[in-house]
Design a protein. Structure first.
Length: 153
């Protein structure tokens, strides 16, 4: 999966430090992180990783402090399949899986100017919560991150 991320994930908008990516993927093996994979003709076409989170409490609506939350981390689609809706379909499947697991709120981030990710998130029902300066992770363009949210219940 790491090789797939480093081959198909890099673009001007993504923040993919090698050590953090490997640590994140190790979370799949030990159960901290879940993944949804898509195949096409027996080959990996894309995947999304996600995990339960206690973060984002400051963005929870009143009375939802205890609502189970999840964070969607990586969403990578094979370069040759980009723009065909695979990312949106995978993200909707992740949302369905999280709803079945009792999650009430899902959070995801993207570079402010990443139109492809913005479309994928919008098609899956996410709405923008806030955009903030993030020069540590965003070296190009506006250098800002947009946080998006989807309420599941």
């Amino acid at each position: 999966m790491a090789a797939f991320i480093f081959e198909h994930g890099p673009n001007p908008w993504n923040f993919l430090p090698e050590d953090e990516v490997h640590e994140h993927l190790a979370g799949i093996a030990d159960g901290r992180v879940q993944a949804l994979l898509a195949e096409e003709r027996g080959l990996l076409a894309g995947f999304i990783t996600f995990y339960f989170s206690t973060g984002f409490a400051e963005h929870q609506e009143a009375g939802r402090d205890d609502s189970p939350r999840a964070y969607v981390c990586e969403a990578v689609v094979h370069r040759e399949l980009a723009g065909r809706g695979l990312g949106s379909r995978m993200l909707r499947a992740v949302v369905e899986r999280l709803a079945e697991q009792g999650v009430g709120d899902v959070y995801i981030e993207r570079h402010e100017e990443n139109a492809g990710s913005a479309g994928m998130m919008r098609k899956a029902g996410f709405r923008e919560l806030r955009t903030f300066d993030d020069p540590q992770r965003r070296a190009t363009g506006s250098r800002r991150t947009t946080l998006c949210h989807l309420r599941l219940d």
